[in-house]
Design a protein around this ligand. Structure first.
Ligand code: A2P
Length: 347
């Protein structure tokens, strides 16, 4: 990495924004300036980064002047409102929202899977949906050896997937229930504490919710496999952080379990966690705060000769969002896919 960059985080006060800050510090991302942008609600609040207090600004017309990379995680409508202006100002936007993911001229990148796609960017690179990233890094090593024919996935998604306020809501609902009070649901549609419900994103005419269709369409785009058959059921569960997924894979030929384990264990971004003696496999509490996706219970599907079953847990705020975005930024830097600006003011 040759040059320090001016970076703006759009949505810096949110769950993913906070994780982006942690990762920029932890990975020693080469920064010459860091701008923290959010809504007018947070303007003027202070966030400490690397021992230095930075004032959060409300995003505005001038926010992107001199900025090289915008890490955007403030929701689709905010990205739609600001991403193109940031690109016009000379920045590359790594967008965590779903606003541009399926646009033909926007690469959808998971660095462990399709880093080459990043080179085709025209100012915006999309960070895929969290459950899609976690599944992708776990199964792509198998797909590379023998193309997957069909995926059946069920997800168990934590409250923080709906943002920092949803996580707080889950905690206060749990307190209320334990105190014998009625839990209040304001951010999520129904009480999540001691409960679960199918993902509440909008449903299509076939009965699939948006989250499920993201897994279908985005996996096809990232794998460059438009014909890949995928069906998903996404469920919100009373977990604070880290998503889990039960995945069934079908191949054209039998896939030897030992070989599958070997491939997954050797793949970047994944860690096999299996102790069959003590029935110990990936759990959200172990995945929380971790970079790798934890994969286990890799086994033959007893209902078909050409099938495998596996289970994973991954921190959806890290690899499912912030870490993947930072890895894309590191990739842009390493492959010289940015035009850096010299006009930013040093901090
Ligand atoms: P704010 O804290 O000022 O509302 P989460 O996904 O955890 O809910 O976080 C969402 C992030 O997106 C927050 O940083 C939030 O800022 C930011 N955000 C939401 N709406 C806007 C907006 N209209 N303009 C800029 N930032 C926004």
């Amino acid at each position: 990495m040759s040059k320090d960059l001016s970076v703006a985080i759009l949505g810096a006060t949110g769950a993913v924004g906070q994780e982006l800050l942690e990762l920029l510090a932890e990975r020693k991302f080469p920064l010459k300036e860091l701008k923290l942008l959010a809504s007018p609600r947070s303007a003027g609040s202070k966030i400490v980064f690397n021992g230095q207090e930075i004032t959060v600004e409300a995003v505005n017309e001038k926010s992107f002047e001199g900025v090289d990379i915008v890490l955007a995680s403030a929701g689709g409508s905010t990205s739609k409102a600001w991403a193109k202006r940031a690109v016009e100002a000379g920045a590359v936007v790594i967008d965590n929202s779903s606003a541009f993911r399926m646009d033909d001229d926007v690469p959808l990148v998971v660095p462990e899977i399709n880093p080459e796609a990043a080179a085709k960017h025209q100012g915006i690179i999309a960070n895929p949906n969290c459950t899609t990233i976690l599944m992708g890094v776990a199964i792509y090593p198998l797909h590379q050896v023998q193309p997957i024919k069909r995926i059946v996935v069920s997800t168990y998604q934590s409250a923080s997937g709906a943002g920092a306020r949803a996580m707080e809501e889950a905690k206060s609902q749990a307190r209320d229930i334990l105190d014998g009070k009625q839990p209040q649901a304001e951010i999520l549609p129904y009480p999540i504490a001691f409960n679960l419900f199918p993902h509440n994103s909008p449903l299509n005419e076939q009965g699939y919710c948006e989250e499920e269709m993201k897994m279908v369409n985005e996996t096809r785009k990232i794998f460059d496999a438009p014909e890949l058959k995928i069906t998903a059921t996404c469920v919100r569960v009373p977990i604070l952080r880290a998503h889990s997924e039960a995945i069934n894979l079908e191949f054209a030929q039998p896939f030897e379990v030992a070989k599958a384990k070997e491939l997954i264990a050797a793949a970047p971004g994944v860690k096999v966690v299996e102790d069959w003696q003590s029935n110990y496999f990936p759990m959200p509490i172990d995945a929380t705060g971790q970079d790798p996706v934890l994969v286990g219970r890799i086994r033959q599907d007893i209902s078909q000769d050409c099938g495998l079953e596996l289970w994973l847990c991954g921190d959806q705020i890290r690899k499912g969002a912030a870490l993947n975005a930072i890895q894309i930024a590191e990739l842009l830097l390493a492959k010289n896919l940015l035009t850096t600006s010299d006009s930013a003011v040093s901090v």
